[in-house]
Structures are given as structure tokens and as C-alpha cells.
Design a protein around this ligand. Structure first.
Ligand code: SF4
Ligand code: SF4
Length: 234
């Protein structure tokens, strides 16, 4: 499972500034398991955005947003609502947001922050990657992750070294910031490049204490292990 947590509502409303007609698209996989998604959260988001003056053009939950083939085939049913929307609020991990960005011709806005689960990760069905930075800024970068798509993980690229759209560190790779520029240009959002992301709180990259104690920890250290020890082995 990829672990994510809800962004504060005020932050979401702020990121959607200028976007009045919103489609809410949620993942029915990991976010349901870690309570950053699900029908209840979708309803809460719709309510909060309506109160902030947004018009909810539609809402949908798809298993699993990281799977672009699935996203493409399911979104087909929502084309009329999407065509009237100005942006898609994506309730998923960072991979889901990136996958949706590739399948819709609209700006995407992450509703969640994805953080590291300390080695345990879900499956990556395609090329998108998320480093679990805990402070998702995909709304500023056209749904392309600067941390995993740029070799240097720059937040204010490009570094100036890209050549013909290729990365100076690895010419086999596309330059992530070149892709971000092209995408923002297509979306008419080049002004995003003037927005400086807030300073990073690198503590968010650490695995929170609440996520360290998994069922395995319980088996190794906890009461389950103690209870399962045969008598006479103390
Ligand atoms: S910015 Fe990138 S690494 Fe950070 S949460 Fe979003 S997708 Fe993941
Ligand atoms: S060339 Fe592009 S992808 Fe490579 S390090 Fe520079 S900004 Fe990042």
C-alpha cells in the first residue's frame, strides 16, 4: 500500500484558486485503506469546495488510479462532465495524480500528500514514480513530479544543462523540467513557473512513528510473539 494523508482543506482551496468548475476523481485502492480517500472523503471534499464557491461538475471513484489503462477506459463515461470542468482534484497518492494528468487534458490538483512507508510500496503499473516527499506540488508542475522526473530532484528547474529535452545527467532520460515546461504551456499555466514552492519540511520525508509499527513489528517484538512462544522457552 502507498500511504497518503489528506492535505488541509484551506491548502486545497488555495491551490484551486481561479478554478471554479471542479471534477473530483478518487482512487478506490490504497487511499481507502489509509483513510485518505473513500466515499466519505469524496463527500467531505465536495461539501468543502461547494462552500468555497466551487461548482462540482462530477465525482468518481476508480480502482486504481495508478493504472492508466483503467483510468482511460473508466473516464470515458465521464467525458461530458470533464469537458465542462476546469480542473480535476485527484484523491490518490502521487502516482495516481501523475497517471491522471497523462489521461486528461486538464490541470490536476493533488488532494493528498504521499509519504514514505519505509520500504513498503505498492505496485507501479507504469512509468510514474513518487518519492513520498510528504508535500505534493503536482498542481504547480502540471502533474509531473519534479522530484522523480528530474535527476537532481530540483524544485525550481531547469538546471540549465538539458539539451534537446534530454537530461544532462543521463541523456537517455527526458529532462523532467523540460516536460513540465511543455505541459504547463499546453495547459496555459506557464505562470505556475513564477510561483515559488514553500520551503520543504524534510521531516515529512521521514517515516512517521505511527507507520513504523507494522504487523511484522508486532510479530517480531510484540505481544503476538510473546503469546506464541512455546512454554518453557523463556
Ligand atoms: S511531489 Fe512527487 S514525490 Fe512528492 S508526493 Fe507528489 S508525486 Fe510524490
Ligand atoms: S537536465 Fe533537467 S532533469 Fe536533468 S538535472 Fe537538469 S533540470 Fe533535472
Amino acid at each position: 500500500m502507498i500511504v497518503s494523508e489528506p492535505k488541509p482543506t484551506e491548502e486545497l482551496v488555495d491551490s484551486l484558486s481561479g478554478v471554479d468548475r471542479v471534477f473530483i476523481l478518487a482512487c478506490g485502492g490504497c487511499p481507502v485503506g489509509c483513510k485518505s480517500g473513500g466515499e466519505e472523503r469524496i463527500a467531505e471534499l465536495a461539501d468543502a469546495l461547494s462552500k468555497a464557491g466551487k461548482e462540482i461538475m462530477g465525482r468518481a471513484q476508480i480502482d486504481f488510479l495508478c493504472n492508466k489503462a483503467l483510468v482511460g477506459s473508466q473516464l470515458w463515461y465521464y467525458l461530458p462532465q470533464l469537458r465542462r470542468s476546469q480542473g480535476v482534484l485527484v484523491v490518490s497518492c502521487g502516482i495516481g495524480v501523475q497517471a491522471v494528468a497523462k489521461m486528461v487534458d486538464l490541470p490536476v490538483f493533488p488532494a493528498n500528500d504521499t509519504f514514505s512507508s519505509g520500504g513498503m510500496q505498492g505496485l507501479w503499473p507504469s512509468e510514474e514514480r513518487c518519492a513520498g516527499c510528504g508535500d505534493c506540488i503536482l498542481d504547480l508542475t502540471g502533474g509531473i513530479c519534479p522530484i522523480t522526473m528530474c535527476s537532481k530532484g530540483l524544485l525550481n528547474g531547469t538546471c540549465g544543462g538539458q539539451h534537446d529535452g534530454r537530461c544532462e545527467v543521463d541523456p537517455e532520460r527526458d529532462c523532467g523540467w523540460y516536460l513540465i515546461y511543455q505541459r504547463l504551456k499546453e495547459l496555459g499555466k506557464l505562470d505556475n513557473l513564477k510561483k515559488i514552492p514553500p520551503l520543504r519540511d524534510f521531516r515529512k520525508r521521514e517515516v512517521p512513528g505511527s507507520q513504523r509499527r507494522t504487523t511484522r513489528w508486532a510479530l517480531e517484538k510484540g505481544e503476538i510473539y510473546e503469546a506464541s512462544r512455546p512454554t518453557g522457552t523463556e
